[in-house]
Design a protein around this ligand. Structure first.
Ligand code: SAM
Ligand code: NAG
Ligand code: NAG
Ligand code: NAG
Ligand code: NAG
Length: 263
C-alpha cells in the first residue's frame, strides 16, 4: 500500500467513526412522535371512573414500591409522601399504617371516596382553602389527605414539600405535551432530602396510543437530569395478557430513584 492510499484509508475510518457517533445519541423527539399530540381531557378520566374502566388499579401494594421501600425511606421514619394522580392506590394505606403521612391529588371524587370506603377509613370532606373549586378529603384515623383537583392547581404553598414521592401511573398518564410543566411542579414539591421513586414504561409507541404513555429513559434524563441525580433501580419485563391485548409485543417497566443534586 502506498503512503497516499494509507492516508485515504485512515481518513475513511475517521469519517466512519464520526458518522457513527453522530447517530448514536437518541433522537428523543422522533421516539416520542407517535404519541406527541395525544390528549386525554380531565373529563375522560372522570368518565373512566364512572364507567369502572380502571384496569390500572391494583388491589395489592405495588411490587415496585414494596421492593424499593428501603431505598425510598433510607432509614427515615414519619416520612411525608406525595402521590401525584393517586387514584385509589392501596399503597397510600400501606404507608400510613407504617406511620408515614400521605398527600395525594386526584381529579375523580369517586376514586377518592372509594379509597376511604374500601379501606374502611372514616373521612372528612371540606373545601381546600387555597385552591378554588377543590376539596380535600382527610382520613380521621390516619395521616392521609387527598385533594380533589387538577394536579396543576396544586403547589408547595398548599402542603409544603415532601420527603418522598411515589409516581406510578402519573408521569406515564399525563398528556405527553405537559411533561415539562409536570417536571417543574414535581421538582418544586421535592424537599432537599426527597427520594422520588418514578415508574415508567417502555414499549413500541407505534403499536398503542396510550395511556399509559411511553416515557424513554433518555427523556427521564432530559427532564430531570439538570436538577437531579437519577438511578435506575429496577428494570423488569412487565408484559401480561392485558398489554398483549393492546397490541404490544414487549413492555419493560423501569423504576428510577431521583434525588435533588447536592443533597
Ligand atoms: C393511570 S391512573 C393511576 C392511578 C394511581 N396512581 C394508581 O397507580 O393506581 C391516573 C389517575 O390520574 C387521574 N388524573 C389524570 N389526570 C389528572 C390531573 N391532571 N389531575 C388530577 N388527577 C388526574 C385519573 O383520574 C386517574 O385516577
Ligand atoms: C429528530 O427527528 C425529527 C423527526 O423525525 C427530525 O425532524 C429532527 O431533525 C431530528 N433531529 C436530529 C437532531 O436528528
Ligand atoms: C373492610 O371491612 C369489611 C367488612 O368488615 C371487610 O370485609 C374488609 O376486608 C375490610 N377491608 C379492609 C381493606 O380492611
Ligand atoms: C400524623 O403526623 C403527625 C406529624 O407528622 C404526627 O404527630 C401524628 O402522630 C400522626 N398521626 C397519626 C395518626 O399517625
Ligand atoms: C384549577 O385552575 C383552573 C385555572 O388555572 C381553574 O379553572 C379550575 O377551576 C381550578 N380548580 C380545580 C378544582 O381544578
Amino acid at each position: 500500500m502506498q503512503a497516499s492510499d494509507f492516508h485515504l484509508v485512515v481518513m475513511w475510518l475517521v469519517l466512519l467513526q464520526a458518522a457513527a457517533s453522530c447517530q448514536s445519541p437518541a433522537n428523543i423527539s422522533s421516539m416520542l412522535a407517535p404519541q406527541a399530540d395525544r390528549v386525554m381531557a380531565l373529563g375522560e378520566w372522570e368518565e373512566r371512573w364512572q364507567e369502572e374502566r380502571t384496569g390500572f388499579h391494583q388491589p395489592h401494594v405495588h411490587k415496585m414500591l414494596e421492593n424499593n421501600i428501603d431505598k425510598v425511606l433510607a432509614g427515615r421514619t414519619g416520612v411525608r409522601f406525595f402521590f401525584p394522580l393517586c387514584g385509589k392506590a392501596v399503597d397510600m394505606k400501606w404507608l400510613a399504617d407504617m406511620g408515614h403521612s400521605v398527600v395525594g391529588v386526584e381529579i375523580s371524587e369517586k376514586a377518592i371516596k372509594q379509597f376511604f370506603e374500601e379501606n374502611n377509613l372514616t373521612y372528612s370532606e371540606e373545601p381546600a382553602p387555597a385552591i378554588p373549586g377543590a376539596k380535600v378529603y382527610k382520613s380521621s384515623e390516619k395521616n392521609i389527605s387527598l385533594y380533589q383537583c387538577d394536579l396543576y392547581n396544586f403547589s408547595s404553598s398548599i402542603e409544603g414539600q415532601f420527603g418522598a414521592i411515589w409516581d406510578r401511573g402519573s408521569l406515564v398518564a399525563i398528556n405527553p405535551r405537559d411533561r415539562e410543566k409536570y417536571t417543574a411542579l414535581i421538582i418544586s414539591l421535592m424537599a432537599k432530602d426527597c427520594r422520588y421513586l418514578l415508574d415508567t414504561l417502555l414499549y413500541n409507541p407505534e403499536l398503542y396510543k396510550g395511556p399509559p404513555f411511553f416515557v424513554p429513559d433518555e427523556q427521564v434524563h432530559s427532564l430531570f437530569g439538570n436538577s437531579c441525580d437519577i438511578e435506575l433501580v429496577h428494570s423488569v419485563d412487565a408484559l401480561t395478557d392485558r398489554q398483549r391485548g393492546w397490541g404490544l409485543d414487549y413492555l419493560t417497566e423501569n423504576v428510577h430513584l431521583i434525588t435533588l443534586k447536592s443533597s
